[in-house]
Design a binder for this molecule. Structure first.
Ligand code: UN1
Length: 476
């Protein structure tokens, strides 16, 4: 069966592309239609046509749609988790967790619909009142990456709909399956025709058509720095609102006074779980010299015990890399680390498993410096570098010496250092004795510097992006 695009309330066929399982490249997860530029234009026109009614729809209609969608996602989390693990390669427990997160996000925004509010206040002029309300932005283009095939579409679409916008979703070409399932659920949960549209396919066709359209009022994007810049330039041209979540080069600091097992667990999770394919992953482990050798020895032991195998196999800790070109990038960076003089303390080899897939051993470098490319450029794979520092002050300076600023972490038992780090780390999200990745769904998400642009996503802060403020004055 061909999984079609969804435009103006209809399933629309297109050129088929095979969705391949990275744990077993002989297995086709499904056939998915690629949208053309015309399909994308039709989807944008449908979203525009649906906007007046949806933006004024009763809050109970919006609440019901989001609630029903969240309920179905949660009820089907095992099955949708399997689909997600098969198309993306994260382990089944990670995938089920991601699906649950998507369901909870819809649930959260179903609640937010019932709490929409504004402000009324007196004017500085006599007998004049002021009302401040939030209105939808309009047609929102949603462009999502391959590494969170359902959670990221959910955390963009749920607030978009809650605040009365209509949507055109372009999921990453590598993982259309979870996005298709999500749109199918929204459709059956009662989304009126045109309110949610799905255009799968290539960035150069679907994404570019969205960027060029004067009818797209806002674009929310998660992905690479390069594509993010293109979204930004095109959006400025059209006076369009945009929000970007891009790369990270997130530091995880380990101080002499850290609880070693807490530090090792958080570092292993930050750097290697989900195959290191998270923008919140930590690829720089900044370790003070008193604990350095013990930390490296314990982390290496931990890595030896990790099972890298088929994402669906029980007992697998780390699934495959998502595809051939990402694998090549990871392996290239391991070569670059070598040639820059870092020492490969563990891993980095390609692995053979029962099925042909993109299996890579986690790679841990030591003796790295913060100037090396492996410490400055986002790799987006299971590759991390330990940087040895003298003390906390140097650790903080190295942690902040990066073009990125998404998340950061510190392992310490000192309240003084934990407090200082929370205040002085130049990142949007700071974790104490916790992994840099793996965030809650009800609080703001986002970074600073080269990582992000525009308002935060998720939680109540999502309203900043998905609404525009109106100030109305009335003479009494
Ligand atoms: C997480 O760490 O829980 O693309 C979420 C990404 C991020 C999401 C990370 N936008 O990896």
């Amino acid at each position: 069966m061909l999984h079609k695009n969804f435009i103006a309330g209809e399933w629309v066929a297109g050129d088929a592309s095979a969705n391949i399982n990275p744990s077993n490249v002989n297995e086709v997860v499904g056939e998915y239609a690629r949208a053309s530029a015309d399909d994308t234009k039709n989807a944008i026109a449908a979203a525009r046509a649906a906007l007046p009614a949806w933006s004024r729809s009763p809050i109970l209609a919006r609440h019901a749609l989001l609630k029903k969608t969240g309920d179905e996602i949660l009820a089907r989390k095992e099955e949708l988790g399997r689909l997600l693990a098969r198309e993306e390669g994260k382990t089944l427990p990670e995938a089920i967790g991601e699906v649950a997160r998507a369901g909870q996000i819809f649930d959260f925004f179903a609640g937010e619909v019932l709490r929409l509010s504004g402000e009324t206040l007196p004017s500085v002029r006599a007998n004049v009142g002021v009302e401040i309300t939030r209105e939808p932005v309009g047609v929102v283009g949603v462009i999502t990456p391959w590494n969170f095939p359902i959670a990221i579409p959910a955390w963009k679409i749920a607030p978009a709909l809650a605040y009365g916008n209509t949507v055109v979703l372009k999921p990453a070409d590598l993982v259309p399956g979870s996005a298709w399932a999500l749109v199918d659920i929204l459709h059956r949960a009662g989304a009126p025709a045109g309110v949610v549209n799905l255009t799968m396919g290539r960035g150069s066709v679907v994404g570019q058509t969205m960027l060029d359209s004067p009818d797209v009022n806002a674009i929310t994007f998660t992905g690479s720095v390069g594509t993010g810049k293109r979204v930004a330039f095109a959006s400025v041209e059209h006076n369009r609102k945009f929000q970007l979540e891009m790369g990270g080069k997130n530091p995880f600091v380990v101080l002499d006074d850290a609880d070693l097992s807490v530090a090792v667990e958080a570092a292993a999770n930050s750097s290697f779980f989900s195959t290191g394919q998270r923008c919140t992953a930590s690829s720089r482990l900044i370790v003070t010299e008193g604990i350095h050798d013990r930390f490296v020895a314990a982390l290496t032991e931990r890595l030896k015990n990790l099972v890298i195998d088929d994402a669906l196999k029980s007992g697998t800790h780390i699934g495959p890399v998502v595809d051939e070109s990402q694998l090549k990038q990871d392996v290239d960076y391991i070569g670059i680390g070598h040639s820059e003089g870092a020492k490969l303390a563990f891993g980095g080899a390609r692995l053979e498993r029962a099925t042909p897939g993109f299996y890579l051993q986690p790679a841990l470098f030591t003796e790295a410096t913060n100037e090396m490319r492996i410490a400055r450029e986002e790799i987006f794979g299971p590759v991390a570098a330990v940087i040895r520092v003298k003390d906390y002050d140097e650790a903080l300076a190295v942690a902040n010496d990066t073009n990125f600023g998404l998340s950061s972490g510190i392992a310490t038992t000192s309240l003084k250092y934990a407090t200082h780090f929370k205040r002085n780390s130049e990142a949007g999200m700071v974790m104490v004795n916790l992994p840099t990745a793996g965030v809650d769904f009800h609080v703001p998400f986002g970074g600073r510097k080269g990582s992000s642009y525009g308002p935060r996503e998720q939680g109540r802060y999502a309203a900043e992006f998905y609404t525009t403020v109106k100030t109305a004055y009335t003479l009494a």
